[in-house]
Design a protein around this ligand. Structure first.
Ligand code: HEC
Length: 124
C-alpha cells in the first residue's frame, strides 16, 4: 500500500515538473522582439553600424530611438552611459562618429514615438 502511494506521489511530482517545463517556454518566447533588430531597422546615416552595435551590446536600440535630442544632450547621454551604466568610455573619432550619427538620425525636433522617429530624408 505504502509503495503505491509513494509512486503516486512521485508520479504527481513528475507531472508537475513536466507541466512547468512545458509551460515555461511560452512566456519566454512572448518577450522576444517581434522583429529582430538589425542596423537596417534604424535610419541610414554614416556611423550607423558602429552606433548600433555599440548601444545594443546592453539594450534594445528602441531605448535610443525613442529619444530626440540635441548633440549636447546626446553627448551628456554618452557620459551618463559611462558613469551610471559602465559603458566603455567613448573618445576621439569614435565618439564624434557616434554623436554625428545620433544628431542626424535622432535630432532634438524629433517627436517622441514608440518605435522611434524615422527621418523622412533617410535613404530607403
Ligand atoms: C554598458 C552598457 C550600456 C551601453 C554600451 C549603452 N547603454 Fe544606454 N543604458 C544602459 C542601461 C543599463 C540603461 C537603463 C536601463 C534601460 O533603460 O534599459 C540605459 C538606458 C539608456 C537610455 C534611456 C535613458 C532614459 O533616461 O530613459 C538611453 C537614451 C541610452 N541608454 C542611450 C544609449 C546610447 C545612445 C548608447 C550607445 C552609444 C548606449 N546607451 C549604450 C546601459 C548601456
Amino acid at each position: 500500500m505504502f509503495s503505491v502511494r509513494a509512486s503516486f506521489a512521485a508520479g504527481a511530482a513528475f507531472a508537475c515538473a513536466a507541466a512547468v517545463f512545458v509551460i515555461a517556454p511560452a512566456p519566454l518566447r512572448a518577450q522576444a522582439p517581434a522583429v529582430e533588430e538589425t542596423p537596417d531597422s534604424i535610419p541610414d546615416f554614416p556611423g550607423r553600424e558602429e552606433t548600433f552595435y555599440l548601444c545594443v551590446a546592453c539594450h534594445s536600440f528602441r531605448v535610443v530611438g525613442r529619444q530626440g535630442m540635441s548633440r549636447e544632450r546626446w553627448n551628456q547621454t554618452l557620459d551618463f552611459m559611462t558613469e551610471k551604466h559602465s559603458m566603455a568610455k567613448l573618445e576621439g573619432d569614435d565618439r564624434k562618429q557616434v554623436l554625428d550619427y545620433l544628431e542626424k538620425a535622432y535630432p532634438q525636433e524629433a517627436p517622441r514615438a514608440p518605435g522611434g522617429w524615422v527621418n523622412p530624408f533617410a535613404p530607403k
